[in-house]
Design a protein around this ligand. Structure first.
Ligand code: FBP
Length: 257
């Protein structure tokens, strides 16, 4: 019998009992080193160590970091687009790495940011569409960071906007969608429902004032049905990234789906 063609790719490489904790480290490009980094976390080798010893299910790198620092110990998600923070105006994030090259670097999933609401959203929809098809052809899942942004967006954490981001990911074929937390489990559960069979990852955001405040957000997202968390600053800006990773694991993997 001919092998059945799949129309989506599995995220199973990144799941433990249906849940997941991903470490994001593309902020050097997105925000610049002086905004987010200190002497310790400016070094990508240190982040690789946090991902490994912190038992993350995946690490997110841009291609240059992957080429020079990825050690193969944690599954790689290669971000194939990105933008710097210096230019102002409507946001646009263009592809900078092919799916083929990402795979040659060891990627087990492809990541792509879409600025929903931007004047350029159509270009990002089209680019993600091509990338998603290439990734699926190679058997890799496509993860969409869907961030509502631009002059049309007043409040990027409003229930209606975050659920629109989640649904956009589903409609465009994302196997997983990374979205901002709405602030409470009730409203976030609508975003999770809107994402349908696309898995939902809560995006970490700037470092919360206390560990407790951040852990409460993560608990809320998990209670709302999220698959997990894709976090950067709240882990590697923490004084003790291994301790916070441990607390996150206890929340994320406490209940089986
Ligand atoms: P954080 O947990 O540090 O917020 O990382 C998640 C992430 O999506 C990164 O992948 C990306 O660099 C950053 O957020 C983008 O942040 P911004 O909201 O400023 O665009």
């Amino acid at each position: 019998m001919p092998k059945k063609k799949t129309k989506s790719a599995s995220m199973s490489t990144f799941l433990t009992n249906g849940r997941s904790m991903l470490l994001a480290y593309d902020q050097g490009l997105e925000h610049g080193p002086s905004t987010d980094f200190n002497d310790r976390n400016v070094d990508p080798s240190y982040i690789m160590e946090v991902a490994t010893k912190g038992k993350f299910n995946g690490i997110v790198f841009q291609k240059g970091i992957a080429e020079k620092y990825f050690n193969g110990k944690v599954p790689l998600i290669l971000k194939v687009n990105g933008k710097a923070a210096l230019a102002k105006g409507e946001p646009m994030s263009r592809q900078n790495c092919s799916v083929e090259y990402a795979i040659s670097l060891g990627a087990k999933a492809i990541g792509y940011t879409i600025y929903l609401g931007s004047a350029y959203e159509g270009e990002m929809f089209a680019e993600f569409g091509r990338i998603q098809e290439q990734a699926h052809k190679a058997g890799l899942p496509a993860i969409a960071w869907v961030y509502p942004r631009g002059a049309a967006i007043q409040n990027d954490t409003a229930k209606e906007i975050v659920s629109y981001a989640a649904r956009t990911g589903l409609e465009l074929g994302a196997d997983a969608v990374k979205i901002k937390y709405t602030g409470d489990p009730q409203s976030f559960s609508w975003a999770v429902k809107s994402a349908g069979k696309s898995l939902v990852f809560m995006s970490g955001g700037p470092k919360a004032p206390t560990d407790e405040a951040f852990l409460a957000q993560v608990q809320g997202a998990i209670d709302a049905g999220a698959t997990g968390l894709a976090v950067g600053r709240n882990v590697w800006q923490n004084e003790d990234p291994f301790k916070i990773a441990d607390s996150l694991r206890r929340i994320i993997f406490a209940k089986k789906l």
